[in-house]
Design a protein. Sequence first.
Length: 498
Amino acid sequence: VEMKDACSNEGEKKEGEKKEKIEETPKNPRTLLIENIGRNLKTINAAVIAGDSRVMGRVIRSYANLRRTVTPDVLRALLEETVPDESRKALYLESAPVADTPMTDDEKEKSEIKFPQLPKPYPAEMEAFSALLLLILLIDKKEKKESAFKVAGAIVPWLKTFNRRTLDIFAARAYFYLSLTYERKGQLSELRPELLAAYRTACLRHDAMGQATLLNLLLRNYLAHNLYEQALKLVQKTNFPESRPNAQYARYLLYIGQIKAVQLEYSDSHSKLMQAIRKAPQAPNVALGFKLAATKMAVIVELLMGGIPERSMFMQKELKEQLRPYYALTQAVRTGDLNAFKEQTQKHDQLFKKDKTLTLINRLRYNVIKTGLRDINLSYSRISLQDIATKLGLDTAQDSAGVVAKAVVDGVIDASIDYDHQFLRSTQKFDLYSSCEPQKALHKRIAFCLQMHNDTVKAMAYPDESDIKDSENAEERREREKREMANVDDDDDDDMLL
């Protein structure tokens, strides 16, 4: 009977647990948001007490989720809770987004926002956390450009008054968004002295995150105004920190690739750009803008190197549509069709200017001509310069003469120009295998192998004189040792006899 009672009790417990599980309802998204912010505030407080700046990276990563889920009322409550200075609080609340429909008194009572009780005064890191969250929301809403500019201009000077390692990562992110607001207003050049001063400060404080972020911002600033020489000097006189964040290093590689491409160092540029693409996030819908910019530049640089990009590069699902103009351009270069190249360049002129690849694309003209000349050289043993001009889409025969002459000097084609009769004569290709040259080369290799074999056999049959001397000395030494051992044995026998 007792066993039955125990079994029945266990059954009742299991049924009760099942009912509890069924009764559990998913939490309200607003409640989850408040809990998420509360966890971040606790993490910040613990990191400040422990003096551990590495934990702040976890807080920064939480922005990706918060920027999608945060609501205006929760953000305003967070700002009122964490910002002690009244002037900054007023600025933040003035710029903060407002809810579309105002809440009634009953709804306000039901949805009371309670953050975790932490010791006051709150550390500056909490204000930095809430202010940056506000700035990110304003930047996401592009119509709030002026508000974002004001808030970023208030956060950065305030953060500069501190020298705390736990604030470094917030300061780096604040400079990033400050630069973005200046760029959207078209005043990026005005920020350059501020960024240079901040970079010097980050170097003195050994702030790796700040150095990486500010160096990339300076390179972007220079490249936005086509100041490639200054950007190159900055790269040569600075070192990217070894303990670098992967995202910042990928950006750095992209900027280096752009500088090298303009400096005609295409091999180095292509290497850096492919590294940047590999280091970019591999998730399909993450960092699309960065991957698109790096891929476009890599395609142009590979074409300038004389290669043809793989088809798979243009078939990426998330980038396929945006890369279509570059695919058409690649086809024109591959076929050597100068008319198609001109047509694509004129058709997508505004896009190429926006991507800042038009200068490099204009350099491709000679590559297209070289490809067309190779095809003509293979197809015709003799062709007039006027026909070459017609086929390549050049204006006059004189233009084609200059282009062909350069191609002959560069070794692109094996031909000669008859200026008197105005035609190009291709040099007849000599069939090497119809001559004795392959036989001579084979005979030379066989003779080398036979000579090596003879030398090896001779070395084995007739040892060197030095080896003979060494062997004789060794034999004499062994005989002497035998005689000495025999003498020792005789002496031992005499001792035993005594």
